[in-house]
Design a protein around this ligand. Structure first.
Ligand code: ADP
Ligand code: MG
Length: 260
């Protein structure tokens, strides 16, 4: 059974307007795959659709993962299949510490139908050890675990939480949408160092970004270009460099025949 994420002819409406227009994309296990594209091309729409966000209405196509069309699964079922969607979590949950939030996420993964949550929950000592080891490996300070979730988090700290969550949950397919225009170099480093550290050949990672800069730190194996709701080019890391150099208009011209 393949652990690739396979998107076939995906069509998605947002507010009754078609944004994804028959998108085809395969994220292979063992690869870091970057999707780049100009603003408004539909990158975040793709990320939210994979996450199962209710505002994104799928009108056609399929997304296959581990033998299931995940479009038929609830968001938590997608997560338990091993998909990690960094941005789907609440912006701010007052009164919940990072440590408790991550424990809840771990336990949600361990939950089994017909079993009491107490039976499947991770023993507290084991969880502490898991958290400590992952934080040490990511060189994060212990005090971070005691912080309240996203309360006054800087862009960098939000990214740190995302990376720590990924490290603890060990997803097999991670989708990251680097939308935040406020991301400074520090935050970019946290994301890229984290991804480089967590990545294994058993994993796939989809990094969605319009920042060529991010790809200076994360080395993608494959780069796809998205434009007007479709994937219009695919190449290796050199494609990202070419885009930095020449922008997107030359591709637009080749694909759509004008440089508007
Ligand atoms: P990208 O992430 O590539 O910048 P988006 O997926 O955010 O692109 O947006 C693609 C298109 O969908 C844009 O034209 C945008 O205006 C539109 N869009 C996105 N979200 C909404 C929304 N919630 N309501 C209406 N239009 C939206
Ligand atoms: Mg976006």
């Amino acid at each position: 059974m393949s652990n690739d994420l396979v998107i076939k002819d995906l069509r998605v409406n947002v507010a009754d307007k078609e944004i994804l227009k028959g998108l085809n994309l395969t994220i292979k296990q063992g690869t870091i795959h970057a999707v780049m594209g100009p603003n408004g091309s539909g990158k975040s729409t793709l990320a939210y659709t994979i996450a199962g966000h209710p505002n994104y209405e799928v009108t056609g196509g399929e997304i296959w993962y581990k033998g299931e069309n995940i479009l038929e699964l609830e968001a938590d079922e997608r997560s338990r299949l091993g998909l990690f969607l960094a941005f789907q979590y609440p912006v701010s949950v007052p009164g919940v510490s990072v440590a408790n939030f991550l424990r809840a996420a771990v336990n949600a993964h361990r939950a089994e139908e017909g079993k009491d949550a107490k039976q499947t929950a991770i023993p507290i000592a084991q969880y502490r050890k898991l958290l400590r080891e992952n934080m040490a490996s990511l060189q994060m300070d212990d005090t971070f675990a005691r912080r309240y979730l996203n309360e006054g988090f800087s862009g960098g700290e939000k990214k740190r939480l995302e990376i720590l969550q990924m490290s603890v949950l060990k997803p097999q397919m991670a989708v990251m949408d680097e939308t935040d225009s406020g991301l400074d170099i520090d935050a970019l480093r946290i994301v890229s160092d984290g991804v480089n550290k967590i990545f294994t050949p058993e994993m796939g990672v989809l990094v969605i970004t319009h920042y060529q800069r991010l790809l200076n730190y994360i080395k993608p194996h494959v780069v796809s270009v998205m434009m007007e709701g479709q994937i219009v080019r695919e190449g290796g890391p050199e494609l990202a460099l070419e885009l930095e150099d020449k922008g997107y208009d030359w591709i637009r011209e080749e694909v759509f025949g004008n440089a508007s």
